[in-house]
Design a protein around this ligand. Structure first.
Ligand code: ITT
Length: 198
């Protein structure tokens, strides 16, 4: 992502293989930080997510990658929580409509389940876990909105076309710079950066 020059440069492994997450984070990485993803490291094996909470899955991924590479690292796990569906898809967001992780099918399932429901309140929740030899710490980022009645926009990824912001725009209708400023992922990552500055 960035070259590691000056001596105060911080190097961090981002324990993800999701290119979209990497691209969003890249926009808000401070100049003194070099973020290296698992894609950069050529690590392609899917990371296990065996638990039923974002916190535990995020911790599992970060610890695994820290043990593997022995370098300061962070992971993030994100889920979409829809109130009228009792918090689903939540931790099952990637595979909501099946193992093939097909986002069109995942979104169609949500739209079908909600039907004409008036209560469409939802939020994205990101849990970042930062692991070093000295500490393990988590940071949460939330983005509140609602599930629209149709898919809108071509930007972003995942559930962005059906997640509407309070102003009525779908997350897939704003560009990635704007998304990074307001998003669950951006908020959690900025908390990590402030922690690193302490
Ligand atoms: P990792 O390598 O980081 O585990 P992943 O794709 O498995 O990547 P998650 O388990 O954190 O990612 O995410 C679950 C799903 O939630 C993901 O596949 C997306 O479909 C969706 N998702 C995550 N972040 C999103 C965002 O910012 N906007 C829309 N959908 C998102």
């Amino acid at each position: 992502m960035a070259s590691n020059k000056g001596k105060s440069m911080k190097e961090l492994i981002f324990a993800t293989q999701n290119k979209n997450k990497v691209n969003e984070i890249a926009l808000i990485v401070p100049e003194n930080t070099n973020v290296i993803s698992l894609l950069d490291l050529g690590y392609e094996k899917e990371l296990d997510e065996d638990f039923e909470t974002l916190e535990e899955n995020s911790l599992q991924k970060a610890k695994f990658v820290f043990d593997l590479f022995g370098k300061n690292c962070f992971s993030e796990d994100t889920g979409l929580e829809i109130d009228a569906l009792g918090g689903a898809p939540g931790v099952y967001s990637a595979r909501y409509a099946g193992e093939e992780k097909d986002m069109q099918k995942n979104m169609d399932k949500v739209l079908l389940q909600l039907g004409d429901s008036k209560d469409r309140k939802a939020r994205f929740k990101t849990v970042i876990t930062y692991v070093t030899s000295e500490e393990i710490i988590q940071f949460v980022g939330l983005l509140e909105g609602e599930i629209g009645k149709e898919k809108k926009g071509i930007n972003g990824f995942g559930y962005d076309p059906i997640f509407y912001l309070p102003n009525g725009q779908a997350l897939a209708e704003i560009n990635k710079e704007e998304k990074s400023k307001i998003s669950h992922r951006g908020i959690a990552f900025k908390k990590l950066i402030s922690h690193l500055k302490k």
